[in-house]
Design a protein around this ligand. Structure first.
Ligand code: ASP
Length: 332
């Protein structure tokens, strides 16, 4: 009988899922990204019941050290693999700290409807009750499922399937660290079976206008965190350092203290694109003070500041037209 199992390529990038500690009792004092893809796959031979799997090591880092250069390399490799007729889906093992950022970068730059699922772990591979093996198995199940086709880039953690646009790491230690504020997970892995309940309606993957082929560097964009007494010093510093864009993680509906607003207005008048975002963790940033509109600050919609940064970086590869960039914030 012909082998009908889908072919899934697992791309390993490091993280706690590949973390190794000195003892099985340690859940923090470990080295992230220490174990290779072969060791991760050996821990869950059951993945082969769902797919023909091949592993590839992209890098072995703690994901706090993720970079734009690595995102470009990863996206290029995912696109290359998914263009092949004999590859049906991708699983990416990744540290949890920046998993949401990598997922959103891929959501905007992967040119395929085939499933891409990121997963990781909150406990190192050497810990008692490590969560990595089950997460990896679930991610393969999701990537191998026809149900996942065309749903955008997915994050599969702790039995939940999250969409790349909304998902965020919302806890420092819990194995249930991931949440999607606003709508919740897109679905769940129920006794091994992926079940979707929601769809992400914003533009992604095949419909995305962003093309990173031939791009070697992303524009320099900084996130500044709003707080009481912000004197605007870091906004000035970002401009002096050559930032092309600034995302301001403001209070509430993207509110900016007066002194910081003055510094950002100066930045905007010099051609730096300023996007108002929010430090609240959920909700959209919409028009509020007329002075923000007069200073041509853009509205970051419901993207977290770290994801607004990614969209602004990709937007700046195409244009500096503020109306165009604001349109993108409404569409992605
Ligand atoms: N620091 C680790 C990382 O992001 C944390 C984890 O993977 O859970 O690589």
């Amino acid at each position: 009988m012909a082998n009908k199992k889908p072919t899934i390529v697992i791309l390993a990038t490091g993280g706690t899922i590949a973390g190794s500690a000195a003892s099985a009792l340690e859940t923090t004092g470990y080295r992230a990204g220490a174990l290779g893809i072969d060791v991760l796959m050996e821990a869950v031979p059951q993945v082969r019941e769902y797919a023909n799997v091949a592993g590839e090591q992209i890098c072995g880092i703690d994901s706090k050290d993720m970079t734009g250069a690595l995102w470009l390399r990863l996206a290029e490799r995912v696109n290359e693999l998914l263009a092949k007729d004999d590859v049906d889906g991708i699983v990416i093992t990744h540290g949890t700290d920046t998993m949401e950022e990598t997922a959103y970068f891929l959501q905007l730059t992967v040119k395929s409807d085939k499933p891409v699922a990121l997963t990781g772990a909150m406990r190192p591979a050497t810990a008692v009750s490590a969560d990595g093996p089950m997460n990896l198995l679930d991610a393969v199940r999701v990537s191998a499922s026809g149900e996942s086709f065309g749903k955008g880039v997915l994050v599969v953690m702790n039995g939940e399937i999250h969409g790349a646009r909304e998902v965020r790491k919302a806890d420092t230690l819990s194995v249930g660290a991931f949440q999607s504020p606003g709508g919740g997970p897109l679905g769940y892995v129920q006794d091994g079976v992926p079940a979707f309940l929601h769809l992400s309606l914003r533009c992604h993957t095949k419909e995305s206008e962003f093309d990173i082929s031939g791009i070697t560097e992303l524009p320099y964009v900084k996130v500044l965190y709003g707080h009481a007494d912000d004197d605007g010093l870091f906004a000035d510093a970002a401009v002096s350092a050559g930032a092309k864009g600034i995302v301001y993680a403001g209070m509430g509906n993207g509110s900016i203290p007066a002194a910081a607003e003055m510094a950002l207005e100066k930045a905007s008048s010099r051609g730096v694109v300023v996007v108002r975002s929010t430090r609240t963790g959920s909700g959209a940033v919409i028009a509020s003070e007329p002075s923000y509109e007069n200073a041509h600050f853009l509205r970051g919609d419901s993207l977290s500041p770290q994801k607004a940064r990614i969209l602004l970086q990709l937007a700046l590869l195409k244009t500096t037209d503020l109306t165009e960039i604001q349109r993108m914030f409404g569409e992605y």
